[in-house]
Design a binder for this molecule. Structure first.
Ligand code: PXP
Length: 240
């Protein structure tokens, strides 16, 4: 069965729109766990525009499923991760002016920094996933760096149509096969929703999808439990 990691950042975004104490991403994490999610994802950004350190700490304490902390290569956030010890860290690029994470981490370009950071995280028992574009040099370098998994960036797939989308789907398929051959676990995410998830869910060797915005958006109308269950049913038709 394909695992679903639910990113609860957008619950925190709603809270931060008013700078008050609700809705709480920690409560959302518990509901997602009860609805069948396999992991909870939260991105602690340097500018704290959505999740805060308090959210990260509490999510880690209250959930019984995997906690996947998304973060950039920032010393401040690395120190927080080493202290809180999520089950997994997903290393992503971060630009202050972006609306959401645009493009994968260029692991070829930041190889030296990753060579120093990945062992520090793994020494604390934290699994390391690298969020990369579906490019062979990125997959091969992830293997050299001894990452546990890669998360293939599906943003271009989500934002294109017709032949461009087909071409991107094929790249994702090829990179999933390559990563699996190299012994890396394969995850994918970004921009996936109730209309575009199924072809991605069928990629070979895929173990996990990480989805945030579309699930939280649907939850406004149908409730979070149902939104999670509907996504799980689309990802795993056999379980419907
Ligand atoms: N995976 C990663 C690494 C991300 O950075 C994000 C966005 O925070 C997601 C998955 C989820 O993307 P979306 O909110 O578009 O579903």
């Amino acid at each position: 069965m394909l695992s679903l990691g639910v990113n609860v950042d957008h619950v925190a975004t709603l809270r931060e729109a008013r700078k008050i104490d609700y809705p709480d991403p920690v409560q959302a994490a518990v509901v997602c766990e009860l609805a069948g999610a396999s992991s909870i994802v939260a991105h602690l950004r340097e500018d704290r525009r959505h999740a805060k350190e308090r959210d990260i700490q509490l999510i880690k304490e209250v959930i019984h499923i995997k906690f996947n902390l998304e973060m950039a290569l920032s010393e401040e956030i690395i120190d927080i991760a080493l202290r809180i010890k999520p089950d997994q860290v997903t290393l992503v690029p971060e630009r202050r002016e972006e609306v959401t994470t645009e493009g994968g981490l260029d692991v070829v370009n930041v190889k030296n920094k990753l060579q120093e950071v990945i062992p520090r995280l793994k020494d604390k028992g934290i699994e390391v996933s690298l969020f990369i574009d579906p490019i062979s040099s990125q997959v091969e370098t992830s293997k050299e760096l001894e990452a546990d998994s890669i998360e293939l960036h599906t943003g271009r797939y989500a934002n294109t149509t017709g032949p461009d989308r087909k071409e991107e789907q094929e790249k994702l398929r090829e990179m999933s096969v390559l990563a699996h051959q190299l012994g890396l676990k394969v995850h994918a995410g970004h921009g996936l929703n109730y209309w575009n998830v199924q072809p991605i869910a069928q990629l070979p060797h895929l173990e996990e999808l990480n989805i945030g915005h579309s699930i939280i958006a649907r939850a406004v109308f149908v409730g979070l439990e149902r939104a999670v269950k509907e996504m799980l049913a689309l990802m795993n038709p056999a379980c419907r």
